[in-house]
Design a protein. Sequence first.
Length: 324
Amino acid sequence: MRKLVLGIMATALAGCLFTGAAMADETEKAELLPGGGSNIIYIITPSTSNPFFNTEQVVGSAKAEELGYEVKCFSHDDDAAKQLEYFEAAITDKAAAIICDNAGADASVEAVQKAYDAGIPTFLIDREINESGIAISQIVADNAQGAAAIAEKWVEAMDYEGKYAELLGLESDTNCWVRSENYHAVIDEYDTLEMVAQQSANWDQTEAYEKTEAILQANPEITGIICGNDTMACGATQACIDAGRDDIKIIGLDGSDEAAAYIKDGKMVGTALQQIAAITEMAVEQADEYLKGTAPEQEKQLVDCIAITEENVDNLSAFVYTEK
């Protein structure tokens, strides 16, 4: 795992679009945020009922403890007010640093700013915020690249024609629109593919199941569904199976084990793996290096996704892809 992560880090940091300040020189190092003074790292994510976010807490905790920190984990459930409370708790707790998968690109700016003002560095994973200069790093999967890559596989599976539906994620989340726009950048090249329904299922599996049931009743002619994440894709897949429509071509984006199981069974076309285990380890390692005086070279960092289909799904486990 360690070798895999180091390889991903090297590739990601060498080949991505970077913005932000260059590495701090000796003078600038004195201006780095000092942290709150304790040895505690806070890890704040959406609900761990989603295995993707659970991986963030499990992997992040393991890496932070390995580096000698005490860890406190919390889930904001995509509620910006609850997230702010946890940031305020981190400030009161004099946390050394915060690792966060945030609750909204705009809604999270206040919390990150409060931590910054208190001298506590925040390292964002998975989701960006619409502000630069207050988070030390924003490490995210290249959602545009990943969505386009798996959309290509889906178009092939659809044989370049047919009617389809789309399940969007949480609409306040930047990733929702980045993924949708890049799905369509590929799909809309084909006049023979027609979207007949588009609804938000808010990244939720149960909601996706229910929305898919309704879509199938209203649009029985569809032969495909594109989903903004694997949780929704798994809900949609199960709804199609229960409706006797396991012919419908479905894709998601995350790289979860549940999606992998559906792909192996031929019930889903594929997913795009966000290398969230590697991303989370990168954030914790950068937090440790920062607290020791070395800032990351760039604030915004992109890590490539990997298109997963039946051809390579056996290489995927627990959000980690290993060549065999």
